[in-house]
Design a protein around this ligand. Structure first.
Ligand code: SUG
Length: 445
């Protein structure tokens, strides 16, 4: 059992990282629209986070960014001409389309796919379903490259199944692992998979009020079927609509879990109490609940501090640590809650590491958004494409590549600059050699 580990695959922050205010219902994205971004600093923060986890003794992988700007999407939308003309014409027609094709949003790898470990599936393979991300235009064309990348990384059919994404339609709107939590005694034993949704077509009162809800129950039900999960070990829960309206656009902004530990805010779910019983039943062991109440801190504090977007990780000595964004310490009430949690011997989380991922945070992406968790047995891990598994050498190569090829800054008016576009795409060409993923990008074929 001890040979099964969680490997976190972080989205490498791409060279076009910018602040365009593209995500309705994501408070940070809306608030910071129009700011000047620092792609180089952003990518180095992301790589620093990966290195921190690796140095804690955890296995860490890297997912490549996408080809941006996506000129092919502009042509598909009817724009014509040279690269420079495409950028100008799109800007004049609708600057929000231009911003969308530049977005580095694939960095938030928690939205790349939903993953079920082999201990949970009926064919004992690891199942991955890339998310269609239909709720936002700028994210809706990530899935073709995500699917290609996952099929190159998890290539061995004896161990892995990478499904097609669900149909590109709002009924099956799927945002991937950001709304999925797996509980277990140890990673290698069958777990209980929790699927959290905002909308259920059959449930009155669910769905959009002030802000859109992105995950549908129908999408998660399809994934449960195609991953071959045991229905007795699957639980569905609806997000509290007040949480969505406070800016909780994904469940991983208001709850997280690891092993038997469940950290959540009392306003995360529509029916919290019954959920805890539903989870504990199939787990067969006590669920260790760490509940933040309104009197600890509000939904607004949860959204600005991103405490629940921390990663709870199991360290090699079996203790647990919280990998939290700096912003959660800076909020007095949330910081005090973390201190109490770490000091409390009734839960196994006994250390906290605060990380600086501010560039990503300003777009609403904390530590947990940046990573896709994949639980792998020793055998499965040996079947993963080794080019994307982080070690000191790869970390150094990637930092050097970022330093040399990334822009220092991107201001909104630079999205019309064809030479910036060219240099970003050239950087990706080189990346496929570093990660040994030849031909990943459409421009390379
Ligand atoms: O989908 N932000 C992302 C943040 C995703 C965070 N992921 C998780 N919680 N798992 C989103 O809203 C903003 C891009 C911009 O506005 O430029 C953005 O796409």
């Amino acid at each position: 059992m001890m040979t099964t580990h969680e490997v976190n695959f972080d989205g490498l922050i791409g060279p076009t990282h910018n602040y365009a205010g593209l995500s309705v219902g994501n408070v940070a994205s809306a608030t910071n629209a129009g700011l000047v971004s620092s792609p180089k600093a952003a990518a180095l923060q992301g790589l620093g986070k990966m290195k921190t986890l690796m140095d804690l003794g955890l296995m860490q992988g890297v997912l490549p960014p996408q080809q941006r700007p996506d000129f092919a999407m502009l042509r598909r939308l009817g724009f014509t001409g040279s690269d420079a003309e495409l950028l100008d014409k799109t800007h004049d027609a609708d600057p929000t389309i231009l911003a969308a094709v530049w977005s580095a949003s694939s960095m938030w790898a928690a939205n790349a796919a939903t993953v079920s470990p082999s201990a949970d599936t009926d064919d004992n393979k690891v199942h991955l379903t890339p998310a269609n991300l239909v709720s936002n235009f700028h994210r809706s064309f990530e899935h073709p490259t995500t699917t290609d990348a996952l099929r190159m990384i998890f290539r061995d059919p004896r161990h892995f199944v990478v499904h097609d994404p669900l149909p590109d339609q709002s009924r099956f709107a799927d945002e991937g692992a950001a709304n999925h939590v797996r509980f277990c005694n140890t990673h290698g034993e069958p777990g209980v998979e929790l699927f959290v949704y905002g909308v259920d077509a059959h449930e009155p009162g669910s769905g959009a009020r002030k802000f859109p809800s992105r995950q549908t129950r129908a999408a998660s039900e399809s994934i449960v079927r195609s991953h071959g999960l045991d229905p007795e070990r699957v639980v569905f829960a609806r997000q509290h609509p007040d949480a969505i309206d406070a800016g909780v656009f994904h469940n991983d902004v208001i709850s997280t879990g690891n092993g038997r530990v469940f950290l959540y805010h009392e306003q995360a779910f529509a029916a919290s109490r019954s959920l805890m019983t539903d989870l504990a039943g199939p787990l067969g062991q006590e669920l260790i609940c760490i509940e933040a109440t309104q009197s600890d801190f509000s939904l607004e504090d949860a959204v600005t501090s991103y405490l629940f977007n921390s990663q709870i990780v199991t360290l090699p000595d079996s203790s647990m640590a919280l990998i939290a964004p700096l912003e959660s310490r800076e909020n007095r009430r949330v910081g005090a809650f973390i201190e109490r949690m770490i000091a409390d011997a009734s839960n196994p989380v006994n250390a906290v590491h605060y990380l600086d991922v501010r560039e990503s945070m300003r777009n609403g992406g904390g530590p947990a958004c940046l990573r896709l968790r994949v639980v792998l047995t020793e055998k499965e891990r040996r079947a993963v494409h080794t080019g994307v598994l982080l070690n000191d050498e790869l970390h150094t190569l990637l930092c050097e590549w970022v330093e040399r090829t990334y822009p220092e800054q991107i201001a909104p008016d630079q999205l019309r600059d064809p030479s910036l576009a060219r240099s970003c795409i050239d950087a990706l060409d080189e990346l496929t050699r570093i990660l040994d993923l030849p031909g990943l990008y459409p421009f390379q074929r």
